[in-house]
Design a protein around this ligand. Structure first.
Ligand code: NAD
Length: 482
């Protein structure tokens, strides 16, 4: 087994207890490789080494820590074409998106490299004369990072970079559908001059390795991105040890299109937001809530833009929509199409599996109309290139339906009215709101996260990341004079 299919545990590239095949979803004849699967005893090695390495790392000078993060970020950006293609080959997003993701992941490291040097704390006089108070942040210790397949490099990077920047050791368990991207990032980190075992990659099944990480008292904080059901399992496990944790979960994001919308902006935002990355985005707008006065024109224009999307092999020039990530995901997408028909939606275009030049999990993006917000198709996260138009009478109904969901990650509104946009921003029950923009697409220097069942715990990204990766210490210092 080549080094590039192995785990990296306690500073060594190690074989697993077993392997899993990594298959290209654009061409199932293309085996990317067999990748290691750790067992629990290997995880124990990662724990013990991390504990020692973290102490050394937390005491390492700030400029050294800054330089390590900068070096990781710069290499990722410099190699974004090569690593983006690898990502696209195993995950299925078009190669421009794969490249963009790796480049963005590099930016998380360079951003947090700078953050290492932005040290700040508080000082105060005690209420008792002659005593000073110093408030500072310290690292948590060993952090477990459990990440999904849909943004395999970016999601992991926006967790690993702040974890290391704030002085923690990291044990990373990526999703089993995207191990090659995990190994590629690990290889870059492994070349750095960092304490042995500070960073471990432990690929393995979520039900054993992921669960063991969540249950371990040797883990001091957990950052998880993935599905709602797994998130609840992790929350229950973490709560037993009072381990600090953060969850970023699924969603059912609404894009509201008002009667005064610029129709070009509306169609571009809905098409990109609903179908980009094959709809496999936690920020995808699968509910298009449209004012009745613009409904028919919007649907006609969306039919044209959706039908024009080029579905194809992720690495082929011109592909706009890649395959579903797996056979299971494609089956789920097609099952949701059957459900939508049964629930009474009209299929305006798309929705069928496609036979293309290579055996892959292809599907034509689907636009549905005639839906209402109580249908399962409009309540459950689909993770599919399927969007349903829900017709509404006015702004009040649009806002009410937008908020009528158990999720709350992102919402959007397309309108030329400042007052409606402002009212929507203030009354939308989501963690992120977009005005005249797609629901997907966020920056790295500001917080990202949701409300309701979409998120739990501190926000990720920007300065807010320190809430998970550090803990506050208050010291009282007496000068010793009476
Ligand atoms: P998933 O929940 O199936 O898996 C996520 C990770 O958890 C994987 O690494 C998996 O191996 C691991 N895991 C599985 N069972 C586990 C267990 N019992 N204990 C610990 N770990 C376990 O999610 P997925 O299919 O990889 O990703 C898709 C989901 O991720 C969608 O719901 C999507 O909305 C969500 N997501 C959310 C965001 C966000 O920021 N809110 C971003 C991207 C993806």
């Amino acid at each position: 087994m080549s080094k590039l299919s192995r785990n990296f545990i306690a500073g060594e590239w190690s074989q697993g207890a077993s392997t899993i095949p990594n298959i290209n979803p654009s061409d199932t004849n293309d085996l990317i490789g067999d990748f290691a699967q750790a067992d629990i005893s290997q995880l124990e090695d990662a724990f013990s080494c991390a504990q020692i390495a973290q102490k050394e790392w937390a005491e390492t000078g700030l400029e050294k820590r800054q330089a390590v993060l900068m070096s990781i970020g710069e290499e990722m950006m410099a190699r974004s074409t090569e690593l983006g293609e690898l990502l696209s080959r195993e995950e299925g997003k078009p190669k421009a998106e794969g490249k963009g993701e790796v480049y963005r992941a590099g930016q998380f490291f360079t951003y947090y490299a700078a953050e290492v040097l932005r040290q700040s704390g508080d000082t105060a006089d005690s209420v008792r004369p002659g005593i000073e108070v110093d408030v500072r942040r310290e690292a948590m210790g060993t952090v477990a990072i459990i990440s999904p397949w849909n943004f395999p490099t970016a999601t992991a990077s926006w967790k690993i970079a702040p974890a290391l920047a704030f002085g923690n050791a990291v044990i990373w368990k990526p999703a089993n559908l995207t191990p090659a991207s995990a190994v590629a990032l690990t290889e870059i980190i492994s070349k750095q001059d960092i304490p042995k075992g500070l960073f471990s990659l432990v690929m393995g099944p979520g039900s054993s390795i992921g669960q063991a990480l969540a249950e371990s008292p040797k883990i001091h904080a957990i950052s998880f991105t993935g599905s709602y059901d797994v998130g609840r399992t992790i929350a229950a496990a973490a709560a037993k040890n009072l381990t600090k944790f953060q969850l970023e979960l699924g969603s059912k994001n609404p894009l509201v299109v008002m009667d005064d919308a610029d129709i070009d902006i509306a169609v571009a935002a809905a098409t990109g937001g609903a179908f980009g990355s094959t709809g496999q985005k936690c920020t995808a707008s699968s509910r298009l809530i449209v004012h009745q006065d613009i409904h028919d024109e919007f649907v006609d224009r969306m039919k044209l833009s959706t039908s024009a999307l080029k579905v194809g092999h992720a690495l082929e020039e011109g592909t706009q929509i890649g395959p579903a990530v797996s056979e299971k995901q494609l089956k789920s997408n097609l099952d949701y199409m059957s459900l939508a028909r049964k629930e009474g939606c009209e299929v305006v275009c798309g929705g069928d599996a496609l036979d293309l030049g290579t055996p892959g999990y292809y599907m034509q993006p689907a636009l549905l109309t005639g839906g209402d917000n109580s249908m399962r198709i409009n309540r459950e996260e689909l993770f599919a290139p399927i969007a349903c138009v829900i017709k509404v009478a006015d702004y009040e109904e649009a806002l009410m339906l937008a908020n009528d969901t158990e999720f709350g990650l992102v919402s959007g509104i397309i309108t030329q009215s400042l007052s409606r946009a402002t009212h929507f921003r203030r009354n939308s029950e989501t963690g992120c709101v977009m005005v005249n923009l797609p629901t997907a697409g966020t920056d790295y220097h500001v917080p990202f996260g949701g409300r309701k069942n979409s998120s739990f715990g501190p926000r990720e990204q920007g300065k807010y990341a320190k809430e998970l990766y550090t803990q506050v210490k208050t010291s009282y210092i007496s000068s010793g004079t009476p």
